[in-house]
Structures are given as C-alpha cells and as structure tokens.
Design a binder for this molecule. Structure first.
Ligand SMILES: [Ca+2]
Ligand SMILES: [Ca+2]
Ligand SMILES: [Ca+2]
Ligand SMILES: [Ca+2]
Length: 467
C-alpha cells in the first residue's frame, strides 16, 4: 500500500540526516564561515535549529567589508569610508541598505546599493559623514547597520551587521565675554557695554547669578545677572557699565566688573566662571589733562594764538576738548604779574584747585593751587618722554624749588613774543624741562637765571593744557 505517512517519515529522515551532515561539515571547518556575516547559517552554532535547507547549495553568503571597527568621523564634517562586496555570487540582485544607529551623529552615503550577479564582487565605497551639533556632547559612538534584501534566499535578510564608528565632538562649553579689559566710562555720563554669550548650546538654562562692580562709587552695572537658554544661548547679551560722578579731582579711577561662576542643570556649564571685565577706567570730570606736542618748533610760534592752534592740530591731541599752550608772553597770556601771586591773569590756561593728569587720565602731574599755579613739586614729569618745551616763565636764580618760579613772563626771553625763529639768537626763549619735577620743570630750565635758548637754533615742544 502506498503510505503517505511513510513517505513523509522518509522525507523527514532524509532532511534530518542532511542537517546532521551539514552540521558536521560546519563544525569541521569544511564550510568557510564568512567573517562578516554572522547570519550565515554555517556560522551559527545552533544551525540545526534555524537552518534553511534551501541554503545547502551555498553557505558563504555574506559581506566582505574593508573596515568594520574604529571608524572616526567629526562634527566638523570629517568622513570615514569602507568598501563592501558580496562574499560570493548571488543568483539574483542583492540590495544592501546602510542605516545609521544615530542620525544625529552620523550619516551614510549612499544609503543603499544593489549588487547584481555581475557586480557582486566589485567593491562599492560607502562614506560615513559626521553630523554637527552645537552641544558639548563629547565624542559619540554609533553604528552603521548593514541589512539586505534579495530574491536569493541566501542573501535575503542576512542578520544585521554593525560597523562601529565614533563621531568626534567639536563643541566646548564656555562663555565669551567681550571685551574683557580696557573699557572707559566717565563721570560726565559716558557708558560702555560688554557682551556675554555661550560658546555651545546648553541642555538646560545657564545662569550667571551675579554681576557686580568692584567700586560702585566709580562705576555701576545695569544687570545683576544673566540667563541663557537653549534658544538664546548664541545671542550676545549686553551689560552696560556707567560711570559714577563725584566731586573729587581724583583722576581716572579703575575698577572691575566681576561675573560669578554659572549655575546650570547642564553639568557642562555648572560652575564655569566667565572672564571678569577688568581695568575699567572712569574718567574724572574735575581733573584736566596735559600733553606734550609730538611736533617741535623754533621760537616763531605765531604768537600765543599760533601756539594754541598748534596744540589743537598736534598728533598727540587727545581728540576732544579745547587745549591751550602752557606758555606766556606777558601781554596776551599772563599767569602772574607779581611773582607767585597769580594776579592779573590774562587768558591763563590753568584752573585753580584742579588736578592735572597725563593723557592716560590717571598719571597725576600735579595739583594747581588756589591761585591757579603749581606751588609744590610735581608728582610726575609732564611727559614720560620727549624734549623740553617753550614756556617763557622767568626764574631769577638757580633755585630748583617750585617757589623759585615766578610765573611772570621773561619779557626779554620769549623770542619776541614767540614770533621770532631766527636766524640768529634773537632774545632767546625760556623753556621748561620735560624731565623735571621741581622748579626747572617750568622756567629757565638750566644754568643761570633767565637764560633762554636760541630762538632759531632750538626745536622745542609745546605743552598743552585742557580747558
Ligand atoms: Ca558641533
Ligand atoms: Ca557637539
Ligand atoms: Ca571726580
Ligand atoms: Ca571719580
């Protein structure tokens, strides 16, 4: 009798025998496992459980991949490549798909290729490209997942294979404070701004909890804290520093603006201390400046008016304000008629009870007395560098005390009221010592009383005083 049950049993026996043979062949190494195809039946120790009998005619279906680990890409766009072929000829087209396990870190191109029965052995190049973000998120590992589809059962749905890759971060949490030094405010209302911005996108709000001036008697800030979010983190926020007025002739005073360490739920930002804004200077508005001209001149200054004009056009002119020449002729400009008294002043350039500073605004030259004269030695020389300057102040003796300066004009030693520049000696011109802090700083700088320098032969600077 024809027994269907016997036939089915016979087929079952054949199949099981076949499986056992295949298993023995596999374990004995007769089937060469594809390194890159963990899904290859011959690679699977438990192949007897999941074996597809249709693959018996071929056992090495898989991929040959040039580099399966250690790929490195960068957020700056750095790429890595590998090549791929099939391990053996398919009997139908094989579509291989490449998927990034994290498209926020890496992309793969092309994402899909088709191997044909002709091209299966030709290496195809695949490029992994790092994806940029704006977060300090460290280097991130991700995988390129390789999957397949094919009408060839050996190649259809091979077990997904992972190629390992790391995307290198290019972000660093931090603050940019700009500028961080050298800002100037003034007692007359000049204010300045600095800005703060984050260097990378935070994952939580970032707060600078405290912004303070180290000397609120000279400068104050308009904001006491700043908050940055994941939305506005890259938009600079401005903080305004305003100078504070006082009634002191105190010259430029310096202070800092201190930004406290940040607080944030983003561990990359928590505790980062932004740069402070240092060396902020507040210009005084009780004090005045004095500068030395860059140009030098002979005794013909064009008179007092000409000398004043030279101050206003000199390269060392500070850029604002009216300056007049620190020089006398006994007629158009008089500092004193009676020695040391400051009487009868005409168009005099010094103010009473005022501090005079170098153009830097904080190097004190000296403080004028109530007669608008200097009666004590200078604190600092008028200029750090340079040569002597025409002045016209008469000094009757060799005394070096400031009291030896009469502040009267040396009428016969002022180069004919500063209109004579030679040739010849003229009547000579009195001059001050740029390197002096005693009486020689102002008149008859060297040697015997009232000795002037040749009006035609000497080239001296002018000293110019802010009005
Ligand atoms: Ca980045
Ligand atoms: Ca990043
Ligand atoms: Ca002041
Ligand atoms: Ca002040």
């Amino acid at each position: 009798m024809f027994n269907w049950g016997s036939i089915m049993c016979f087929k079952k026996i054949i199949k099981n025998i076949t499986i056992v043979i295949v298993a023995l062949l596999a374990f004995s190494g007769c089937f060469q496992a594809s390194t890159n195809n963990p899904g290859d039946p011959a690679n699977v120790a438990g192949l007897a459980l999941g074996f597809d009998i249709n693959s018996l005619n071929r056992s090495n279906a898989g991929y040959t991949i040039s580099q399966t680990t250690g790929h490195v890409t960068t957020e700056a766009g750095g790429t890595s490549t590998f090549t791929i072929t099939l391990t053996e000829k398919p009997n139908s087209d094989v579509t291989v798909t490449f998927t990034s396990s994290n498209t926020a870190e890496g992309n793969i191109s092309p994402s899909q290729i088709v191997f044909t029965t002709i091209t299966w052995g030709s290496p195809q190049s695949i490029t992994i490209t790092g994806v940029d973000d704006l977060v300090d998120d460290d280097n991130k590992a991700f995988d390129v997942i390789v999957t397949s589809t094919s009408a060839d059962k050996n190649y259809h749905a091979l077990s997904p294979y992972s190629i390992t890759c790391t995307n290198t971060d290019n972000d660093t949490a931090g603050f940019t404070v700009n500028p961080v030094t050298g800002l100037r405010t003034s007692e007359s209302g000049i204010f300045v701004d600095f800005t703060v911005v984050l260097n990378s996108k935070p994952t939580a709000n970032v707060v600078i909890p405290s912004i303070t001036s180290t000397n609120t008697a000279e400068g104050t800030v308009n904001l006491s804290n700043l908050t940055f979010t994941s939305i506005n983190w890259n938009i600079p926020q401005s903080v305004r520093i305003s100078g504070v007025d006082d009634a002191l002739a105190d010259g430029m005073q310096f202070y800092n603006v201190v930004l406290a360490a940040s607080t944030s739920g983003d561990s990359k930002y928590s505790g980062i201390d932004p740069s402070d804004v240092t060396n902020v200077g507040n210009w005084d508005n009780e004090s005045k400046l004095i500068f030395r001209t860059a140009l030098t001149f002979n005794g013909n200054l064009g008179g007092i008016a000409g000398a004043d004009q030279k101050c206003m056009t000199d390269a060392n002119y500070p850029g604002s304000g009216t300056y007049k020449a620190f020089i006398v002729d006994g007629v158009n400009r008089i500092a004193s008629i009676t020695p040391g008294q400051g009487d009868g002043q005409v168009d005099w350039v010094i103010n009473a009870d005022t501090s005079y500073y170098r153009p830097d605004g904080f190097t004190l030259i000296g403080i004028a007395n109530s007669k608008a004269l200097f009666s004590a030695n200078l604190t600092n020389t008028i200029s750090a560098t340079g040569i002597n300057f025409w002045s016209g102040f008469y000094r009757p003796d060799n005394g070096t005390s400031m009291t030896n300066v009469t502040w009267t004009a040396g009428v016969t030693s002022i180069c004919t009221a500063w209109t004579f520049g030679g040739p010849g000696g003229g009547d000579g011109g009195l001059y001050g010592s740029i390197s002096g802090t005693d009486g020689r700083a102002f008149g008859g700088a060297f040697g015997s009383p009232a000795i002037g320098s040749s009006c035609g032969g000497s080239s001296f600077s002018l000293v110019c005083v802010q009005q």
